[in-house]
Design a protein around this ligand. Structure first.
Ligand SMILES: Nc1ncnc2c1ncn2[C@@H]1O[C@H](COP(=O)(O)OP(=O)(O)OP(=O)(O)O)[C@@H](O)[C@H]1O
Ligand SMILES: Nc1ccn([C@@H]2O[C@H](COP(=O)(O)O)[C@@H](O)[C@H]2O)c(=O)n1
Length: 246
């Protein structure tokens, strides 16, 4: 795996970081992408790195529940991701895996990969380097531990939630060829496993909660933009760098 020289440095000096966490199916990716477009920011999907490593391990026939094997295969993980919300792609060794990493077999394996501490350290350093070199005024970074571990000092930190049954219904609407009950069970299983590694179900101090249970997609985007605007104007009362985002 890439070992960025910025490892351990603060996230993206000069780049506004919007940190957004939440459980599976809460709308992190779709909402963050739209928010990034509205602000002219970059968009960083951190889950894609764990998914891509899980895909890579599966391609190599590795048992993703075995930490030593995962760590071993992570040494040979040539990963690249686009931060452009209008041109999103994920590559491993030059292969486009943007769609492949969403397959259920990868979703089922990813938690095993994500629970290896050395993997987390390595990808977190990569995320900070990607933000620092984004060339954008800001980056919306979404995942599970962005508000608490990756960018705890970000000027905007949001926990995006929705009721479990609403999240399951939204995911099931996407995966129409699969049984709704099986989709819901897989989503809840992944949350249970992931939340034993990092807590993304309760907001850390200073983290703003946006509950999208009773909001449609556009209302959720507007709610997130509202939190960003007020957080950035509080940290920049003269409005020198607050985004417009209309
Ligand atoms: N407020 C909303 N109202 C209705 N649908 C929504 C809302 N927010 C997101 N969605 C839809 O819910 C589905 C899941 O959203 P998305 O993939 O962005 O979630 P996620 O949190 O990134 O999930 P995962 O962690 O599993 O990758 C998508 O089809 C998205 O369009
Ligand atoms: N900051 C993060 C982001 C993701 N994960 C792990 O990756 C999986 C896939 O993430 P999605 O956002 O694409 O659902 C997720 O289930 C976690 O296992 C993480 O640990 N930390």
């Amino acid at each position: 795996m890439t070992d960025p020289s910025t490892s351990g440095q603060p996230t993206g000096a000069g780049t506004v970081v919007v940190a957004l966490d939440g459980p599976a199916g809460s709308g992190k990716s779709s909402v963050s992408k739209q928010v990034a477009r509205r602000l002219g920011y970059g968009y960083l999907d951190t889950g894609a790195a764990y998914r891509a490593l899980a895909w890579h391990a599966l391609e190599r026939g590795i048992d993703t529940s075995d930490a030593a094997s995962v760590l071993d295969v992570s040494g040979d993980f040539d990963y690249a991701i686009s931060l452009d919300p209008d041109s999103y792609w994920v590559r491993v060794g030059g292969v486009d895996v943007t769609d492949a990493i969403r397959e259920p077999r990868v979703s089922d394996a990813v938690s095993g990969v994500a629970r290896v501490p050395a993997v987390r350290q390595s990808v977190n350093a990569l995320f900070r380097a990607l933000v620092a070199h984004s060339g954008r005024p800001g980056v919306v970074v979404e995942g599970r531990d962005i508000t608490t571990v990756v960018a705890p000092d970000a000027p905007v930190r949001i926990l995006l939630t929705a009721a479990p049954e609403v999240r399951a219904a939204r995911r099931s609407a996407e995966l129409t060829t699969q049984d709704a009950a099986a989709v819901a069970a897989a989503l809840h299983r992944r949350d249970a496993s992931d939340s034993s590694v990092v807590d993304f179900l309760t907001a850390a101090p200073g983290v703003e909660v946006v509950d999208s249970t009773d909001l449609d997609f556009d209302q959720t985007v507007d709610a997130v933009l509202g939190v960003i605007r007020s957080a950035l104007s509080a940290s920049d009362p003269l409005q020198t760098g607050a985004p417009d985002g209309r």
